[in-house]
Design a protein around this ligand. Structure first.
Ligand code: SAH
Length: 180
């Protein structure tokens, strides 16, 4: 099973209609659509990406595959999520999903970076997730800067002292963490 599918399988039972969720790296919108479908019109999904085209394509997918869902897409770095999210999301968010690296088919230089990724992870974990909420981080060590970012993420997670489930495939590494 692809690691992106594993993320959805893990979150499937946890997410309920009406929940709040964040897609920290919208990219092709695959995770955004999944979150929107689980949460429905009574919940709220916030997505972040720094590429306008990514958000445009994601919106098209959402219109087709999750019509009526309540999804706000922000053209902004995830490290600034606290400037865009409503205060009501604090300690109330059921799932926050990071799919790191660059978007295949787009500009490879627009990849996530260790420093901004760690800042965003800190906000996700420290401010937004609720008890029982899940943080999902999928790292891609194969591109320039990717290994450094993946190592930084692993170190940050190790320092949390939380129980982490890590799954490694040929290259990508998935970490799933639940807030106690
Ligand atoms: N590597 C994955 C796809 C990752 S897409 C795969 O192979 O399937 C990662 C997305 O993160 C891209 O669309 C990119 O524009 C976005 N991104 C880069 N830096 C970001 C940041 N600081 N905040 C939010 N999104 C960012």
């Amino acid at each position: 099973m692809r690691l992106t599918e594993l993320v959805h399988q893990h979150l499937h039972g946890l997410l309920k209609p009406g929940d709040l969720a964040i897609d920290a790296t919208v990219g092709n919108g695959h995770d955004t659509v999944f979150l929107a479908q689980r949460i429905g019109a009574t919940g709220h999904v916030h997505g972040f990406d720094i590429q306008h085209d990514a958000l445009l394509h994601a919106r098209q997918h959402l219109d087709k595959e999750a019509p009526g869902a309540n999804v706000e897409l922000h053209l902004a770095g995830h490290e600034t999520m606290d400037r865009h999210l409503p205060g009501a999301m604090a300690a109330s968010t059921a799932a926050i999903v990071f799919n790191l690296g660059y978007l295949p088919g787009a500009d490879k230089s627009v990849a996530t970076r260790a420093s901004t990724t760690l800042a965003a992870l800190q906000l996700a974990w420290g401010t937004y997730l609720r008890p029982g909420g899940v943080l999902s981080v999928l790292c891609y060590p194969g591109h320039p800067g990717g290994q450094k970012e993946a190592d930084a993420v692993e170190q940050w997670l190790a320092d949390l002292g939380a129980k982490i489930t890590t799954t490694r495939s040929a290259g990508p590494v998935l970490h799933l963490v639940t807030v106690e």
